[in-house]
Design a protein. Structure first.
Length: 606
């Protein structure tokens, strides 16, 4: 155990060299890849009308794409129903049409909400673009048989990880036919991001899903034995002379109101108002700037009330659109918990606890429960060389509680939150296949003597060309500046200083690291992993972690039957081991053994 901890916590140079050699040996050994389908891009001289008729001359002159292949339930077999797809482009948009042959009485047409076709009684068709051809990032545009749209950004290893919080502006039209249904789509370049080249090749994929048979059929085969999704796209070759359009939107707002207070209040009537704006600007073909000035999140759904009986902070879902749209690059290292920005002031509970009692000599006139956001901006995009760059910045206002002294009648204020600046920098380099290296830095600076914090992280993911083996890991370092109030539950750090009778934590730093080797493709899969977090590792000024001070060893082994056999569509067996120790002192904490089995029967019961 201690030897393993030493190897991963403080890498041995010879060990790393051998590990890298073994990884690249696997990389060369599995270099043979499946043949990838490719089509030549056709530029339209006439623009098709999006009306669902498919009678336009542009469609008639465009060759049809057919021969879809099942991914599920039986990989490799031809799709049960015929599909004809046509795709072309002009100077403004990409156009897609699909004729989905079927018995119209069997087509499922449940009306759903936007972005909510999963697990619904609905057939659908989808097109995917990997505009940078990096086999890691992409866009999805989906239309159901009821003409409901879904759009998503792809940045994970599977379609299930698509970010559907992203919404684009595009057109679609569905029409029913005696022998099936048709769909037309117009996807303007304003809804895509791509490099500025005279001739481009994109990754391209089409999907047809048929609910009654649960069949997923793709144009370029998607093998369930192969890890990853975007890396299994086909190619859309030789798009020529397409120019990214100007992307600019400006949305100002004004709001106001009047509040009548109960008799006896210091102010019987209060008038209040606010104003701000949202701006989105495409700086060039690849990078976008989003900014919000004095935003009003009054329309955002509120959090459910939670009775938290654990010793850990409760984590809440983000519902503010500015912090959910276009943030996949900032979330890649899991160091960004956006609810820190605009959270309740750190001194809010102190005010309620000290002055909220009726016996207190003070009465609380005002104690804002939310920190006001002055402004925030996001700058993100990806260069021609597949380098993703992201910069995020937000500034929150200082917050004050107002108190009324009962005896003297004087009012006073107490600062509950200082002026704070939040910054994130991300550099994400994508390489061939699914290999990538990501650097992330988060920085929190507060005015006055309030404590500051900084966290840096280096994440890497190395895959062989066949995407069968993976070596992933991360190294993180956190540092706090200034004194912060001491809490007995604050990890295991007792390095404190007493100032004016109060106990404060001295500035401290900490580290965390993880290393994982896995076989991620094929029927037999396994992984081994070690995770290390020092007792003073603290990313919580802008990130979220329940408790550090742990060393965890884990591993799993699974057998996955991915092709149908006599009684089952698929089944799998998995066994995993998880062992945890304290980092300081190094003591055993827990061990967990788990075995699972899953069977999917031919009648779709499981």
């Amino acid at each position: 155990m201690k030897a393993v901890l030493y190897i991963y916590g403080v890498p041995n140079c010879l060990f790393v060299k051998r590990l890298v050699f073994l990884f690249f040996f696997f990389n060369i050994f599995y270099a043979v890849q499946a043949q990838v389908k490719s089509i030549e891009a056709v530029k339209a001289s006439l623009t098709p009308k999006i009306d669902g008729s498919l009678s336009d001359a542009a469609w008639q002159a465009t060759p049809a794409i057919t021969n879809f292949v099942q991914s599920f339930p039986t990989f490799g077999l031809p799709a049960n129903e015929k599909t004809e797809v046509r795709i072309l482009y002009d100077d403004n948009a990409v156009y897609v049409s699909a004729y989905l042959y079927d018995d119209p009485k069997l087509v499922r047409r449940q009306l759903t909400a936007r972005d909510d076709e999963e697990r619904k009684d609905i057939d659908y068709f989808s097109v995917f673009f990997d505009t940078y051809n990096d086999q890691q990032n992409g866009f999805q545009f989906l239309v159901t048989a009821a003409d409901v749209q879904t759009d998503a950004k792809l940045a994970g290893s599977s379609l299930d990880e698509a970010d559907k919080s992203w919404d684009a502006v595009w057109q679609s039209k569905v029409e029913q036919r005696p022998d099936g249904w048709v769909v037309e789509m117009r996807i303007p370049y304003i809804s895509l991001r791509f490099s500025k080249k005279e001739v481009q090749t994109w990754g391209l994929q089409f999907l047809r899903f048929t609910r009654r048979t649960n069949e997923s059929a793709y144009w370029n085969p998607v093998d369930p034995k192969v890890a990853g999704f975007v890396n299994q796209f086909g190619k859309y070759a030789n798009l020529k002379n397409i120019q990214p359009p100007l992307r600019l939107s400006f949305a100002p707002y004004l709001s106001g109101g009047i509040r009548f207070n109960p008799p006896g209040s210091p102010k019987s009537t209060e008038v209040f108002g606010s104003g701000g704006a949202d701006v989105k600007y495409g700086i060039n073909e690849s990078f976008t700037l989003d900014a919000t000035l004095i935003p009003d999140f009054g329309q955002v759904i509120s959090d459910n009330v939670v009775n938290n009986l654990t010793p850990f902070e409760q984590q809440f879902q983000e519902n503010r659109s500015f912090f959910t749209e276009g943030t996949e690059l900032f979330n890649k290292s899991a160091l960004f918990y956006s609810r820190r920005i605009g959270a309740p002031p750190t001194g809010y509970n102190n005010i309620e606890g000290s002055y909220g009692d009726t016996a207190s000599p003070y009465r609380i006139l005002k104690n804002p429960p939310v920190t006001k956001l002055y402004n925030a901006l996001k700058f993100s995009g990806r260069t021609e060389k597949k380098l993703g760059i992201g910069v995020f910045n937000a500034v929150t206002a200082p917050m004050y509680a107002q108190l009324h002294q009962r005896a003297s009648g004087f009012d006073s204020s107490v600062r509950t939150e200082p002026l704070t600046n939040y910054t994130i920098l991300v550099l994400d380099q994508a390489f061939e296949g699914r290999t990538s290296v990501t650097f992330t830095n988060t920085n929190v600076v507060r005015s006055g003597a309030a404590p500051d914090a900084n966290v840096s992280a280096l994440d890497w993911a190395l895959y062989n060309k066949k995407s069968t083996y993976a070596l992933t890991g991360t190294a993180r370092y956190s540092k706090t500046f200034g004194y912060r109030p001491y809490r007995s539950s604050y990890y295991f750090n007792d390095d404190t200083t007493t100032i004016n009778g109060r106990r404060f934590l001295n500035p401290y730093d900490g580290f965390a690291s993880r290393l994982r080797f896995a076989k991620v493709g094929g029927k037999i899969r396994y992984n081994v992993q070690v995770n290390l977090e020092s007792d003073t590792y603290d990313p919580n000024d802008l990130g979220y972690i329940q408790a550090p001070n742990e060393v965890a060893y884990s591993g799993s082994f699974s057998y996955n039957q991915l092709q149908p056999i006599k009684n089952f569509i698929t089944y799998n067996y998995n066994f995993s081991v998880f062992t945890q120790y304290l980092f300081k002192p190094y003591l055993f904490s827990q061990i967990e053994l788990q075995g699972t089995a899953f069977w999917w029967f031919k009648n779709f019961w499981s």
